[in-house]
Design a protein around this ligand. Structure first.
Ligand code: ZN
Length: 153
């Protein structure tokens, strides 16, 4: 089993630009709360939070709080320096997480603080938070405890 631990992603100088459709997500993230956009008229989840519901064209959105219990839909392991200065972040794991109880939502995020060798598609993951720079809080995910001890080598 690959015992390397998934590190936190490198701090990159880009900043998060929000608008009326994304601001509620980031306001909640600053409080370390995960909220997901759901059509207030028909209940369809939509991510990214587009101005119009793809199912019914409504603009009304409910931002529903979620516990962050999800499944690892896809991931990759970055273990080479792509940007100068990111050596301390290797290896890190960009990932796509989906939520069985919020169909239609796939969140691009990172897997952190767990053995890389235990990762697999469909692994259950739990929400955690990272703060790469002060005041910039991002959702991230880690394997649930029962998954960490599963030696798949
Ligand atoms: Zn709708």
């Amino acid at each position: 089993m690959d015992a390397r631990i998934a590190r936190h992603p490198p701090v990159i100088g880009n900043r998060i630009v929000t608008d009326a459709w994304t601001e509620p997500f980031w306001e909640a993230a600053a409080r370390r709360e995960l909220v997901l956009p759901r059509c207030a008229d028909c209940g369809t989840y939509r991510m990214p939070p587009t101005p119009f519901c793809p199912a019914c064209r409504s603009q009304a959105i409910d931002w529903t709080r979620h516990d962050g219990c999800g499944m690892l839909y896809s991931y990759t392991i970055v273990d080479r320096v792509l940007i100068e200065g990111m050596e301390q972040s290797l290896p890190y794991v960009p990932a796509v997480v989906e939520f069985p109880d919020a169909q239609g939502i796939r969140l691009i995020s990172n897997i952190v603080d767990c053995p890389i060798g235990a990762l697999r598609v469909d692994a259950p993951v739990a929400l955690t938070w990272i703060e790469p720079t002060p005041g910039r809080v991002l959702p991230a995910f880690t394997l649930r405890p029962e998954e960490r001890e599963d030696d798949r080598s």
